[in-house]
Write a protein that binds this ligand. Structure first.
Ligand code: DAH
Length: 354
């Protein structure tokens, strides 16, 4: 009797121990699962071994032990089936196309810094009523020089400055050049439009210069022109003040210094208060508190007449600025060559600019 009790307790322990193992069973693949099935559920498996021991259980305990063993067998079968289901589901999942999955993100490029600043400038002048104009980059002498009051022997016509497509040493009027400034578009517009004229012209210009950090053989300008009755220098100053404050901030001050351009009289160069020190003086502004940003003036009557506009009735102002120069000042770019090297690391710095 004592022996019998002992073997029953042992059997119950074994059953419970197996139950514990079975509840924890894991398999990563079909083959591992089959191994488990053989280990626990085959004819020589662990469950079958306990059924063998059941044969020697005393008749009065058979009912209870039989129940326990059947529970164990069911548990093992269920566990193995459950693992199999998991595999099947995973397999199905693998082959399924999930149409709700977000797409791979499309990498967006960035605008070129020159385009960013050109747009900023155009937006400011558009709000002031200026419309866009353009003209050819390959130009004749008339539009680049003669109509703009350049004397025939003016040094800007010289080989050192201008790229010639065709050059006639005896008759400069026959020269065809790559335009060296966007002022040529002033002439084109005045020839084809009647005042009032209020335009800005962004475009690429070319100069025969060695490429260094501070000079390039091509760069970008924006030209401005306003022609109407009674336009004065005060109008010019106010528009440029507004422009500078919109571009560099409302605290920005401007100053106009007398200068010379063949196509304006009087002419001036405009400085803005240094964007780094606010005018106090620092290394950036060479301790002057000012940085130069553009050239401007009242359109010379000769230029109006050359384009067929009556200078006794109309007056106007013009201005011209370099986009690279403004970009350098706004974003502290120190080397002009960065703009044309297309180094992605440089271009990506302008991701947040717009
Ligand atoms: N055309 C000049 C240049 O290329 C810039 C300029 C100065 C344009 C004064 C203007 C102006 O319209 O009034 O350096």
């Amino acid at each position: 009797m004592h022996d019998n009790l002992h073997s029953i307790v042992m059997l119950i322990d074994k059953i419970e121990a197996l139950k514990g193992q079975i509840a924890e069973l894991k398999a990563d693949n079909e083959a591992a699962l089959e191994e488990l099935r053989i280990k626990y559920l085959s004819k020589k498996g662990e469950v079958a071994a306990l059924f063998n021991e059941f044969k020697s259980v005393a008749p009065e305990q058979k009912r209870e032990m039989g129940q326990r063993l059947n529970e164990l067998k069911n548990l093992a079968t269920e566990r193995i089936n459950c693992l199999k289901e998991t595999f099947k589901a995973q397999e199905k999942e693998k082959n399924k196309i999930d149409i709700t999955r977000p797409a791979f993100p499309a990498e967006l490029g960035t605008r070129h810094p020159i385009s960013v600043v050109r747009k900023q400038i155009i937006d400011i002048f558009s709000r002031l009523g200026f419309t866009l104009a353009d003209g050819p980059e390959v130009e004749d002498d008339w539009h680049v020089f003669s109509a703009l009051n350049f004397a025939a022997d003016h040094p800007a016509r010289d080989m050192q400055d201008t790229f010639f497509i065709e050059q006639d040493k005896d008759d400069v009027a026959r020269n065809i050049v790559l335009r060296s400034h966007t002022s040529s578009v002033q002439v084109r517009t005045m020839e084809t439009h009647k005042p009032p004229i209020r335009i800005i012209c962004p475009g690429r210009v070319y100069r025969n210069e060695a490429i260094t950090a501070r000079a390039h053989c091509f760069f970008h300008q924006i030209e401005g022109l306003y022609i109407d009755k009674g336009v004065t220098f005060a109008d010019l100053r106010q528009v440029l003040l507004n422009f500078a404050q919109e571009l560099f901030g409302t605290d920005t001050k401007i100053r106009l210094r007398p200068s010379y351009f063949p196509f304006t009289e009087p002419s001036a160069e405009m400085d803005v208060s240094c964007m780094l020190c606010g005018g106090e003086g620092c290394g950036f502004c060479k301790h002057t508190g000012w940085v130069e940003i553009l050239g401007c003036g009242m359109v010379d009557p000769n230029v109006l007449e050359a384009s067929g506009i009556d200078s006794k009735v109309y007056s106007g102002y013009a201005f011209g600025l370099g986009i690279e120069r403004i970009t350098n000042l706004k974003y502290m770019v120190k080397d002009l060559r960065m703009f044309s090297e297309n180094d992605v690391r440089f271009l990506e710095e302008f991701k947040s600019a717009h």
